[in-house]
Design a protein around this ligand. Structure first.
Ligand SMILES: Nc1ccn([C@@H]2O[C@H](COP(=O)(O)OP(=O)(O)OP(=O)(O)O)[C@@H](O)[C@H]2O)c(=O)n1
Ligand SMILES: C[C@](O)(CO)[C@H](O)COP(=O)(O)O
Length: 250
């Protein structure tokens, strides 16, 4: 591509990869977590709408449970989604990391910026999505939304058996710690290189970029971008939706 035809950072097309292939073991028995209902609508549909609500995002790739791609395609067809956004569905893998990589493999060439967003964070506000994209457009190779912590955090020597006492080995200074959320945003080439390079298991994509020696930056996250992980999170998510219905009318 010549310099004249290469998009400027402000024009670079943005795609979102939504890993949605997890079982949701910590949520308890039932359908795969992303397909469970929140206020009558599958969690995945909330997450897809949240990302597609950003004026920056023109493609959403949903990474479905390995044997559930057809079901997810039908779900997307059955729910109203913005017509200005394209959608693709691919089957996922055994780990979140593998599912994200399978989503990246399906990314068409024109998308230079990639967001990775957990289906399990269905209520992320569009302002958070936009803040992440804008930080990538401003030149950061990797961006995470982050919140300060309310609890003091201890590092422990993990117990051999669940429930056994665990010796505390350190108390990191809380003011320097952040809980990170999604969407995490990346320059596409950086994220692809990170997934090709880092083979050990990690819990988020940004840490793979850190392992390349690149700087990841944090922008303000949002309390409503919490991850639905345990049963109490479902109660909280329903409450947030009920409050939005009252205050915003949806
Ligand atoms: N093999 C996997 C595992 C997880 N995920 C996705 O990664 C996100 C964050 O994972 P998490 O909240 O841990 O979901 P689960 O793996 O489903 O939860 P659990 O660990 O309780 O089973 C979720 O949107 C989940 O669907 C995925 O796409 N593929
Ligand atoms: C990516 C993530 O949501 C950032 O906080 C988190 O690490 C996912 O962890 P999980 O155990 O796969 O839910």
């Amino acid at each position: 591509m010549s310099d004249e035809s290469r998009p400027t950072p402000a024009q670079t097309p943005v795609a979102a990869v939504i890993p949605a292939a997890g079982r949701g073991v910590r949520l308890g028995p039932g359908a795969p977590k992303a397909l469970r209902a929140l206020n009558g609508t599958p969690m995945l549909i909330h997450a897809v709408r949240a990302l597609a609500a950003s004026r920056h995002v023109s493609l959403v790739i949903v990474v479905a449970p390995p044997d559930g791609a057809a079901e997810v395609k039908s779900l997307l067809d059955a729910h109203a989604l913005p017509v200005s956004t394209d959608f693709l569905v691919v089957p996922g893998g055994e780990s979140r990391q593998e599912s994200v990589r399978l989503g990246l493999d399906a990314l068409p060439p024109q998308y230079g910026i990639v967001l990775v967003h957990d289906a399990a964070r269905p209520l992320v506000p569009v302002e958070t999505v936009d803040a992440v994209v804008e930080a990538v457009r401003d030149g950061a190779p990797a961006v995470v939304p982050a919140l300060a912590l309310a609890d003091t955090v201890k590092e422990v020597e993990p117990a051999a058996a669940a429930g056994d006492p665990e010796p505390v080995v350190a108390t990191p200074e809380r003011s320097r710690l952040r809980a990170v959320q999604t969407p995490q945003g990346f320059d596409r080439a950086t994220l692809v290189r990170a997934h090709e390079t880092v083979t050990e298991n990690v819990t988020d994509d940004a840490s793979m970029v850190e392992q390349l020696g690149l700087t990841v930056v944090a922008v303000p996250g949002h309390e409503e971008a919490f991850k639905v992980t345990r049963p109490l999170d479902l109660v909280l998510a329903e409450a947030v939706l009920a409050r939005r219905r009252l205050t915003d009318g949806f």
